[in-house]
Design a protein around this ligand. Structure first.
Ligand code: FE2
Ligand code: FE2
Length: 478
């Protein structure tokens, strides 16, 4: 029965990962169930994972699932759609099992992205790869694993321990290999092509493969004439909020927005300064109550022309749980804002006039700059490339980025966006990576005493705009 189901689906062009296979086989009519579920997917995966199935099935009272008859709920404000965020989907299990479930989902998602790559075709499970009876003549194997530990040897080699749920494997990276000069992060999911040393089951790395985003030349022109503006880290409530420059920007908007067809503003987090975010913060606040800070921001945003739709996302200074993914601001906070302001979670996939925008505040920059050689706070766009290469917004657990163990990992970059925007570092910049427009949105906060101690000079008061028809960016400086 099992092999018939697997074979029939394979003939129709769908392979199943282990978890999806088990789940499908537990249904009363597995083949019919699988066909129905797959037909409801908005895309055609080569390898169907549990993550794919969960997008179209719902959990029953006893944990059983059935293909959903309801369409996935999409929040929308005019032309702005939230394609994916954790808001109202939170399903967090704060226990060891919850974290295990979370990492299994991350692994399955990233593994399926790696399996779509030509260079990882035929990848084996670690258990099979290590089976001496299955070893091919030249001993070369391909495996996919989550990084458990990375260490260096005295001789300058890199040693990576990876695991995949079936077993563990130690991968040795020779010191002259390009990969030994780069950085491999704990908990990232990598593909490894290498040779197995018969005597000790270690693998010698030949090629390290990351899921990455496929090369593309970027957005194809559409007939949209609209522009979207990105402004981050407003930090209302702080004594370093640049009110004067904010007002200059508002008057510019009132004069220029119509001519530029500027119809949308996205704010990727740290909308207010918050309270109790860092020791001694109260000395740097001009508004000490967080609700009053949001009230003040709501007033500032009333000056934005009414026909501009504003998408607001929380960051690590905002009044939602700090653990990522963060749900949207809601309740009494959300009520303070006019109807042209939409609250979304962090991260969030948005669709605006046919363009997919991935917006993420960027707390994980704090871990990436210390974990990846050559990165620094002054070059956040490079850190964003590293996220895209790993197809994950915050690869490492246990650092400065807190995680909530959701059933599904919202930090996986499963869809390649047209625009990827972050904030958090108070820089400002635009670049392009394999067809994705990268934006690090500027702040409206002047240098803080903390930044002064670190000798960090922010780049405040810039509005980065992108034309949604041709993808061209521009910067307005205030
Ligand atoms: Fe900030
Ligand atoms: Fe931040």
């Amino acid at each position: 029965m099992r092999s018939k189901v697997v074979e029939s689906l394979a003939n129709e062009g769908f392979l199943l990962d282990q978890e999806a296979e088990e789940f499908i086989m537990s249904q009363t009519a597995p083949l019919q169930f699988a066909r129905r579920a797959i037909s409801q997917l908005p895309y055609q995966p080569l390898v169907v994972t549990m993550r794919d199935l969960r997008t179209v099935v719902r959990v029953g009272a006893l944990g059983d699932m059935a293909p959903s008859t309801e369409p996935p709920s999409i929040r929308r404000m005019g032309e702005v759609e939230v394609l994916k965020d954790v808001t109202s989907h939170t399903d967090c299990l704060a226990s060891v099992e919850g974290f295990a479930r979370y990492f299994q989902d991350r692994f399955a998602s990233l593994r399926s992205l790696l399996l779509r790559r030509r260079d990882m075709a035929g990848a084996l499970s670690i258990q099979r790869a290590l089976d001496p009876h299955k070893l091919r003549g030249d001993g070369e194997v391909r495996i996919i694993g989550m990084v458990n530990e990375v260490r260096g040897t005295r001789g300058g080699e890199m040693v990576i321990d990876i695991e995949d749920g079936t077993g563990r494997c130690t991968v040795l990276v020779p010191k002259e290999h390009q990969a030994a000069k780069g950085s491999v992060l704990p908990d990232e999911v990598i593909g490894v092509v290498g040779k197995l040393a018969r005597k000790d089951s270690k693998m010698i790395l030949k090629e390290l493969v990351r899921p990455d985003v496929p090369f593309s030349s970027g957005m194809e022109c559409s007939d949209s004439t609209a522009r979207v503006a990105f402004m981050s880290d407003v930090h209302v409530g702080s004594n370093t909020f640049l009110e004067g420059r904010w007002r200059e920007m508002i008057s510019w908007l009132r004069e220029e927005a119509e001519g530029l067809d500027l119809r949308y503003i996205v704010i990727p987090g740290d909308c207010v300064d918050g309270v109790g975010i860092f020791p001694g913060q109260e000395e740097e606040l001009v508004i000490e109550d967080v609700l009053d800070q949001y009230q003040a921001l709501a007033e500032y945003l009333k000056d934005v022309p009414d026909d501009i739709r504003i998408v607001m996302q929380p960051g690590n200074h905002d009044m939602v749980r700090p653990a990522e993914p963060q749900p949207a601001l809601c309740g009494e906070v959300a009520k303070l804002f006019d109807s042209n302001v939409m609250q979304v979670g962090n991260p969030a996939y948005l669709r605006i006039e046919g363009r997919t925008i991935l917006s993420y505040h960027g707390k994980s920059f704090d871990d990436l700059v210390s974990g990846i050689k050559g990165l620094s706070y002054s070059e956040p766009l490079k850190a964003m490339e590293e996220m895209l290469k790993r197809r994950h917004l915050a690869p490492t657990y246990g650092g400065k980025t807190p995680f909530a163990p959701e059933r599904k990992d919202y930090l996986v970059i499963d869809e390649v966006p047209d625009i990827f925007v972050t904030g958090h570092v108070h820089g400002a910049g635009v670049s392009f990576y394999n067809g994705v427009r990268l934006i690090n949105a500027s702040t409206w906060q002047d240098q803080t005493s903390y930044q002064r101690r670190l000798n960090f000079v922010p780049k405040p008061a810039k509005l980065i705009l992108v034309h949604l028809g041709n993808g061209k960016p521009s910067i307005a400086d205030f």
